[in-house]
Design a protein around this ligand. Structure first.
Ligand SMILES: Cc1cc2nc3c(=O)[nH]c(=O)nc-3n(C[C@H](O)[C@H](O)[C@H](O)COP(=O)(O)OP(=O)(O)OC[C@H]3O[C@@H](n4cnc5c(N)ncnc54)[C@H](O)[C@@H]3O)c2cc1C
Length: 433
């Protein structure tokens, strides 16, 4: 078969994996990344002593043999935590539940809890006009009104009625804890309840991985080394300035580092960027991203939890997901560290977030904070309003139709958001060529 010149745009996990699968087919692959380091949302910042992650932290198996072999096939027990049992918790109603990352509806008053259980048993998961509709049909009105409505407003800053139902799968909101474990085990025999009820005890899932040194970015470095060995030319710090398109085919990309000809292109960054380069004009609603801040702390004593991460649903608190590196097996020269995600238009001070950690009893009064910093996630969580989703679906469909030799994956794919979905989608597209 003829060797093709393939350019992959964006060196997040989607672009890195796509480059690998194209290169092992025998193609000549250039991977273009605008940032100075690859990884996208999977990278880690180093303060000289500790690595703090940026977006995705723990990597689960994708359960597609070839992808898992590429990602995890040669990771050693010495360098990586490998586990099927990740301990996760949640904080709600001023209580830390260390058994599950899902919210426990028995935290509601007795009467509301009783109503919730009855409504939950009548769940109908098929209606999803908007996010409020999704929650009401999935869990019932009581759970929506008394739990998730406020949680969504905290995380997204928007009324759920204006949001797309897909947000219901973010932040571990697609399941709740209800009933006791025996009833859950029985109900989970039915497909519908199996999709919406969480377990009260920790159960084994797919294998998950975390580097002992270097944060999640260490795995990215390992993968970049691996793709370089199969011939992928990785160009970081490279900005695409222009492109040449002939009969709907991209033939050349002009960058600040030089010009690159191609037979095919794999696009893993938002489609609007390609549309702008190709000077395609369409009326569109601009995407809004929820301001996403990361608060990193190191302490001289361990945090009071054995959870690897905790979802803070409590609406009166600004903290979102907390990652606790000590429980991920990370070697930490600073002591014991965590990262707190905060999704909010207002940026709280690090003292405010530190106080919340104390209120949650995650750090005791004797512990000293020996390091703190805040970082911002560029283009953090997308605020998927129903209007935006509708408009971007139409526009993206139109943009995709303007190119015949471009494959759209990752941030440019139809609707994959989570890492495993993004990888599965990219792989299926590449092997089906
Ligand atoms: C704060 C946060 C936390 C998350 N946590 C999780 C989680 O726990 N689990 C999970 O499964 N998913 C999580 N996600 C989603 C997850 O990060 C994505 O599924 C995954 O990282 C997507 O990978 P990607 O390669 O498509 O995109 P990205 O990781 O965004 O990579 C895109 C790459 O393209 C580069 N790029 C952008 N524009 C250009 C350009 N014009 N030219 C060249 N390069 C460009 C970017 O710099 C970046 O490196 C999270 C997302 C966010 C925002």
């Amino acid at each position: 078969m003829k060797k093709e010149k393939v350019i992959v745009v964006g060196a997040g996990i989607a672009g890195i994996a796509a480059s690998y699968f194209e290169a092992i087919k025998g193609n000549e692959v250039q991977l273009i990344e605008t940032d100075s380091v690859p990884g996208g949302l999977l990278k880690s910042d180093f303060n000289g002593k500790t690595y703090f992650d940026y977006g995705t932290h723990i990597l689960p198996e994708v359960q597609v043999e070839e992808i898992d072999k590429f990602l995890f096939g040669d990771l050693t027990d010495e360098d990586y935590l490998k586990t099927k049992l990740i301990s996760a918790g949640n904080f709600y109603n001023n209580r830390l539940n260390e058994k599950s990352c899902y919210v426990d509806i028995s935290e509601l008053s007795d009467e509301l809890y009783k109503n919730s259980c009855l409504e939950l048993l009548e769940s109908d998961d098929s209606k999803r006009e908007n996010l409020s509709d999704f929650f009401i049909h999935r869990y019932g009105k009581t759970i929506y009104e008394y739990i998730f409505k406020e949680v969504i407003i905290k995380y997204m800053g928007e009324d759920p009625q204006n949001l797309d139902y897909s947000i219901g799968y973010f932040f571990d909101m697609s399941r709740v804890l209800a009933f006791d474990q025996k009833i859950v085990d029985n109900l989970n025999q039915l497909d519908l309840y199996n999709k919406i009820l969480g377990h009260h005890k920790r159960t084994e899932g797919v294998m998950k991985y975390y580097p002992k040194v270097g944060g999640v970015g260490a795995l990215i470095n390992h993968l970049v080394e691996k793709i370089s060995k199969v011939g992928v030319h990785v160009m970081t710090g490279t900005t695409i300035k222009d492109l040449e398109v002939n009969n709907k085919n991209i033939s050349k990309l002009i960058t600040d580092n030089g010009c690159y000809e191609c037979d095919r292109c794999i696009w893993s960054v938002p489609l609007i960027f390609l549309a702008n380069l190709a000077k395609i004009q369409r009326k569109s609603i601009r995407p809004i991203f929820r301001k996403t801040m990361l608060y990193d702390f190191s302490f001289n004593k361990p945090l009071n939890t054995d959870c690897c991460f905790i979802n803070v649903y409590e609406p009166s608190m600004q903290s979102g997901r907390i990652t606790v590196y000590q429980n991920l097996g990370a070697k930490d020269e600073s002591g014991f560290s965590c990262t707190v995600e905060v999704l909010s238009d207002e940026v709280p001070t690090d003292e405010e977030i530190l106080n919340e950690l104390m209120k949650m009893n995650l750090i005791d009064g004797q512990a000293t904070c020996c390091f703190k910093q805040t970082r911002e996630v560029k283009n953090g969580f997308p605020v998927l309003t129903t209007d935006y989703v509708q408009s971007s679906k139409e526009n993206n469909h139109y943009y995709r139709d303007q190119f015949e030799n471009v494959m759209f994956i990752g941030k440019a794919s139809e609707d994959a958001f989570f890492m495993t979905d993004v990888l599965r989608d990219a792989y299926m597209k590449i092997i089906s060529l």
